[in-house]
Design a protein around this ligand. Structure first.
Ligand SMILES: [Fe+2]
Length: 302
């Protein structure tokens, strides 16, 4: 790939990259500069990309539709139905339709912008977060507190190297405030010495007993520790290089959330699409968390 890649020098000026798309189905045109920025760990911000609700859907801009125990209403590609929702059957059908439409729109957008991903990307879940973000997070365990900077990695759901690509849309009336932190490599260098050796036998047992969906690879082990160490370190949360950004109503943004250090500070009513993408689909595989971690540890992690 002959494209040049400009590494991020300043989080403040470069972590958020504007992308002037106005349609969820733009004419297919490879956006290689945008793809380079995305794979380099920037957030692609689409200020003019609104996801419109139908008139009958506007009433779902109401936190009371969400099940009090969950932070989102969601669908999963591997299970039929709608989860996390407190509503009548007819309303659940409409909400399911809304989430399905956001899934289709997000996949169309990614396919148009990044044709190289189309064959290999897979939608894994779509969520709607009707409750205010940030409020109440402090009452959660620090591990679940998403107002702390982190990269996404989930204890029960190892990806075995699949990338976590996410599309977000602010469908509310308030800005959604994020903090975005330093580049992945710098963050990994900061915490790497504190990460113990992977334990393959333990990983096998966790999978055998159904605690993890797949076997936790050495890569997943490092990612999970980076997630936890960053969230647990209040000095790092306060002092590491970061920028605060407000995604206004009717905007959208895209990032690899396993690579971008992010924290959701406030906002309400957001749609989110999660996509898995194999390493092989990347145009700049040397930028991925896997490649960075393999360089820093000087070993194969998958
Ligand atoms: Fe996250």
């Amino acid at each position: 790939m002959a494209q040049s890649l400009h590494r991020m020098e300043s989080v403040k000026d470069q972590a958020i990259v504007p992308l002037p798309v106005e349609s969820w189905r733009p004419p297919p045109a490879a956006a290689m500069d945008a793809q380079a920025a995305l794979e380099n760990g920037r957030v692609l911000y689409c200020p003019a990309l609104q996801f419109r609700l139908e008139n009958n859907e506007l009433r779902y801009l109401d936190a009371s539709y969400s099940d009090a125990r969950r932070k989102s209403i969601y669908i999963r590609a591997d299970r039929a139905g709608l989860f996390g929702c407190d509503a009548s059957e007819a309303e659940q059908r409409e909400l399911l339709g809304l989430l399905k439409r956001f899934e289709a729109s997000s996949m169309a957008l990614l396919g148009a912008l990044f044709p190289g991903y189309v064959e290999q990307m897979r939608a894994v879940g779509t969520s709607y977060r009707p409750r205010p973000t940030g409020t109440g997070d402090a009452a959660l365990s620090w591990r679940k507190d998403d107002t702390r900077l982190h990269v996404d990695a989930f204890p029960s759901n190892p990806t075995q190297g699949l990338r976590i690509l996410r599309v977000f849309s602010n469908i509310g009336t308030e800005p959604r405030i994020w903090r975005v932190g330093e580049p992945f490599e710098r963050m990994a260098q900061h915490f790497l010495a504190k990460i113990p050796e992977p334990r393959p036998l333990l990983a096998k047992l966790l999978h055998t007993f159904g605690i993890t969906k797949r076997t936790r690879s050495a890569y997943d082990h490092y990612m999970l520790y980076l997630h936890d160490l960053a969230k647990a370190d209040l000095a790092y949360q306060r002092d590491s290089e970061q920028v605060t950004f407000a995604f206004p109503p009717a905007s959208a943004w895209i990032c690899f959330s396993d690579q971008v250090m992010h924290a959701a500070m406030s906002g309400q009513f957001m749609l989110e699409q999660t996509v898995h993408l194999p390493q092989a689909a990347l145009a700049f595989p040397n930028e991925s968390p896997l490649a960075v971690l393999e360089r820093l540890t000087a070993r194969k992690l998958l």
